[in-house]
Design a protein around this ligand. Sequence first.
Ligand SMILES: [Zn+2]
Length: 305
Amino acid sequence: MRRCVDLVKLTAVFAAAAFGCVFAAGGLARPTTATSRSQPATYPSEQLIGASDASAKAMLARLDGSFGAVVRPPFVVIGNMPARRVEAMASGSVVRPAKAMWHSYFRKKPTHVITILLFRDAKTYKHWAKKLFNNADPPYFGYYRPRDRTMVMNIATGTGTLVHELTHALIVYDFPAVPLWFNEGLASLHEGCRVLPDRIVGVVNWRLPALQKAVRGKALRPLRELITRDDFYGRQRGLNYAQARYFVMYMQKRGLLRKFYKRFRDNHRGPDAAVKAVEHVFGAKLERIESDYLKWVMTLRWSAR
Ligand SMILES: [Zn+2]
């Protein structure tokens, strides 16, 4: 069992700003070529294996001698740390969580190379983010670039953000039109988790206190609003992450998350699609579900260690 956690303790407000979620409101960057309804008989394909090798070589040529690559198609993992550590990160924090997500949720796998750059500290992370991508002010933990399917990670902060961004990179192949609240809710659930061979189990993390404070202060928006409006990155962005994360975790707790995902993916059209899918899998009205959800939230405990 592996744990994926953020090592740094942050307030929800700061962390929301620090996260590298760069999707435009209303949709995701989609794969540039159409994916077939079913995967090839063998995965990864010869073409994807070749493309992964070529991509690793091309990226290493842009870096200095301190970097090494581990190729696990569709993933190319490159880091400026001992080879053993890059290998361990590729296996434990990329391939293993990806397999668990494919097993639990995503029937379609990437048809393109996904590149993961792991920088051992903030100094080299910032240096290379500027040099490779002309990004002079990268988010604290790391970020994902949908346009070239590249994760740029300050791995000194832990592996939680890596699994968060990995979720975004994988879900788009299976559910291209996934709404932001669920995309961010599931990705945020995976920030703090236990990775088992067949599933990822999200655990309580640092986003809880802000959510509980909002519940106590009656400042939380209605769940119906969160899952039907297209304003996730708006005014209450930090709180939206917390509300979505813990609602997804509540579905996990009730044993309904996989069922919800499949139902929602296959019936996502229309403004009330999320409400209908939630009510279908719970067998209850949304406001009743929300009431139980919020009671459960208030029973959770988290302490910064
Ligand atoms: Zn995100």
